[in-house]
Design a binder for this molecule. Structure first.
Ligand code: NAD
Ligand code: TDX
Length: 349
């Protein structure tokens, strides 16, 4: 069992950074995980990365093409495999999850199995092997805020998840904190707002609209489109995770958000249509049941205690880069477009 020095104050930006030689990334063949693996190679080239990923519909080997990461195809619920991998690493960075709200409304079952049971399996391995565990979570655990209100979620906002997805993530967050308090497992937790950028599955809002336009389809806006999301570029999310890994305080939670001015879904779709030369060309479709109205993250703690700030402060520029990526990587998404859209069509979306 290793011991960890956590004696300095969390406000000490100059605390000796933790340095890792070996890292286990769960869900590293998915959107945020694959971008994270690429970032670790750039920023921490000494670190050997092993990825465990079940390669569900959302995972893709190609997302790791050209990286040095070793991909182990496997389930985070496979206790023996997980224990073997955790016994040979210095840190676990846990991204693996079922991640799409709309899917959780059709069938919550894999959300419970992966997000709750899978996290439990990893925590038990972390406990047994004395390994540091970073848990990647979401702003959705806090429920939603009123549109137009000045309020934001802070780390002490009470949990009030709305969907099976967000409830399963909330459950996993609670497990992580309990394993820290009851068993002394060294953990950190991050809760981030909506990500966008390269390699995001085309079921999600922004890549769905970009690929709709590229594929000659009409972009689809749920309901009135007045819901607000707090968009952050995936690299900014992952840079914050690196900051937490290197000098975050064990047992602490950090909110991650880019402090964008409130922008609703209708305005985002308008912007995408404009940037792609099809201004105003989108349609309203059936709303999401239980649709969360507004998310907004207060990331003051992360900024002040760990010195993080976002690199992408202009959504228009981030979207231009993302549109260019989907335009230049048609083969990455085109094979799945028809089936994603026919599933949505069967739901009136
Ligand atoms: P994603 O769906 O793109 O990727 C998830 C990955 O996990 C896939 O590669 C999938 O194959 C893998 N996976 C699923 N079940 C598994 C299992 N049982 N065992 C092993 N691997 C499994 O998701 P994402 O958008 O990259 O999200 C990653 C994490 O970040 C999730 O925990 C999510 O809750 C969190 N998060 C996402 C966002 C966002 O905007 N996308 C925002 C905040 C937090
Ligand atoms: O076609 C669409 N049209 C539309 O209007 C889709 C797919 C979505 N929407 C709306 C619903 C949401 O208000 O856009 C908003 C964003 O939808 P999603 O991309 O599905 O994201 P969201 O439900 O907000 O959750 C995301 O952010 C938090 C991620 O998928 C989660 O994994 C993360 O935890």
């Amino acid at each position: 069992m290793r011991t960890f020095d956590n004696s300095t104050s969390s406000t000490d930006l100059f605390r000796t950074p933790r340095v890792f030689q070996r890292m286990l990334v769960t869900g590293g063949a998915g959107f945020i995980g694959a971008n994270f693996v690429r970032l670790v190679e750039q920023e921490w080239p000494q670190c050997e990365v092993v990825v465990i990923d079940k390669l569900t519909y959302a995972g893709n080997r190609e997302n790791l093409a050209g990286t040095k990461a070793k991909l182990v195809e496997g389930d985070i619920n496979d206790a023996q495999l997980v224990d073997d991998l955790v016994g040979n690493t210095d840190v676990i960075v846990h991204f693996a999850a079922e991640s799409h709200n709309d899917n959780s409304l059709k069938d919550p079952s894999p959300f419970i199995t992966t997000n709750i049971m899978g996290t439990f399996t990893l925590l038990e391995a972390a406990r047994k092997n004395g390994v540091y565990f970073h848990h990647v979570s979401t702003d959705e655990v806090f429920g939603d805020l009123e549109i137009g209100a000045p309020t934001k979620f802070t780390e002490s906002t009470a949990y009030a998840p709305s969907s099976p997805y967000s409830a399963s993530k909330a459950g996993s967050d609670h497990l992580v904190r309990a394993w820290a308090r009851s068993f002394g497992v060294p953990v950190t937790v991050s809760n981030c707002s909506n990500n966008y950028g390269p390699y995001q599955h085309i079921e999600k809002f922004i890549p769905r609209q970009i690929t709709n336009i590229l594929d000659g389809r009409t972009p689809k806006l749920y309901g009135t489109g007045e819901q607000v999301r707090d968009w952050i570029h995936v690299d900014d999310h992952n840079l914050a995770v690196l900051d937490i890994l290197s000098h975050g305080e064990f047992g602490e939670t950090y909110n991650i958000g880019a402090d964008q001015k409130d922008i609703n879904n209708g305005e985002v779709i308008e912007l995408i249509c404009e940037l792609m030369g099809r201004p105003g060309d989108y349609e309203h479709v059936a709303d999401r049941p239980g649709h969360d109205q507004r998310y907004a993250m207060d990331a003051t703690k992360l900024r002040e205690e760990l010195g993080w700030s976002p690199r992408y402060t202009n959504l228009r520029e981030g979207l231009e880069q993302t549109i260019a990526w989907y335009t230049n990587n048609r083969s990455w998404w085109s094979a799945s477009k028809e089936s994603v859209e026919s599933t949505y069509a069967s739901q009136g979306q």
